[in-house]
Design a protein around this ligand. Structure first.
Ligand SMILES: [Mn+2]
Length: 245
């Protein structure tokens, strides 16, 4: 049994995804690769990312950007692409992704769950997070795909104002997530945020656990399990009206 390598939001950064796999010495068929979602959009090569994930047999949870292009594809499957173009509004960048992905790549994204439990590491993986006032399994899809904060009324919110949900979550499971590039790496007692904004020219981050290793609660010990590669360039300029999401 190999290691478990959990990778933050890739967002179409296929070169850096490949750099990271080399950097951790990923062994195909031995190590388990788990992606926190948002494989697509913003970066230059969404299809390349999905293809690499698929060919590695990666596990992944669905992110909000993956879900966006999937909503178009599901409609297209049932009613045709022309109808989908009319009925499912996509931004320019999501339209580009929808045009680039093959049926097989869409099929890979469509099969992704919202949550992956890895009991041997005492860990859950979700894209955005959970509402800390509920059990993870009781959280709705919108929360799992978009939550960032807990507002003044104690409600889960997708906004950056308020307390990071990860700070409020008190376990018992450790939750590993992405989606919050603005807050960058988050190391809380029971949660680890891996979206370090690769598409914005920062880093792509992985958390690497040995077989059966329980994810450490100690933050310094957890930080030592991180591997980062730098972005090759700024793929998505801040201030382009397309800021961290
Ligand atoms: Mn996201």
């Amino acid at each position: 049994m190999g290691r478990t390598i959990v990778v933050g939001d890739i967002h179409g950064c296929a070169l850096e995804f490949d750099d990271l796999l080399r950097s951790v010495g990923y062994a195909a068929g031995v190590d388990r690769l788990v992606l926190v979602g948002d494989l697509v959009a913003r970066g230059p090569d969404s299809a390349g990312v999905v293809e690499l994930a698929r060919s590695c047999g990666a596990w992944a949870v669905r992110g909000n950007h993956d879900e966006k292009v999937l909503s178009w594809w599901r409609h297209a499957q049932e009613h045709g692409r022309r109808s989908a173009d009319r009925r499912v509004k996509l931004s320019e960048r999501h339209r580009g992704v929808a045009e680039a992905l093959t049926e097989r790549q869409f099929g890979f994204l469509a099969a992704l769950p919202l949550m992956i439990a890895l009991p041997e590491h005492e860990m859950l993986v979700v894209h955005a997070g959970v509402d800390p006032s509920k059990a993870p399994a009781a959280c709705d899809e919108d929360t799992l795909l978009t939550v960032r904060s807990i507002d003044d009324h104690g409600r889960a919110s997708r906004k950056l104002t308020g307390t990071p949900w990860a700070r409020r979550w008190k376990g018992p499971q450790q939750i590993v997530f992405g989606h919050d590039a603005r807050r960058n790496l988050q190391l809380e007692d029971f949660a680890t945020g891996l979206d370090t904004g690769c598409c914005y020219g920062r880093q792509l981050t992985a958390l690497v656990l040995a077989a059966g290793e329980v994810i450490p609660r100690d933050r310094a010990a957890r930080a030592r399990l991180l591997v980062q590669v730098p972005a090759r360039q700024v793929w998505c300029p801040p201030g382009s009206g397309d800021g961290p999401e």
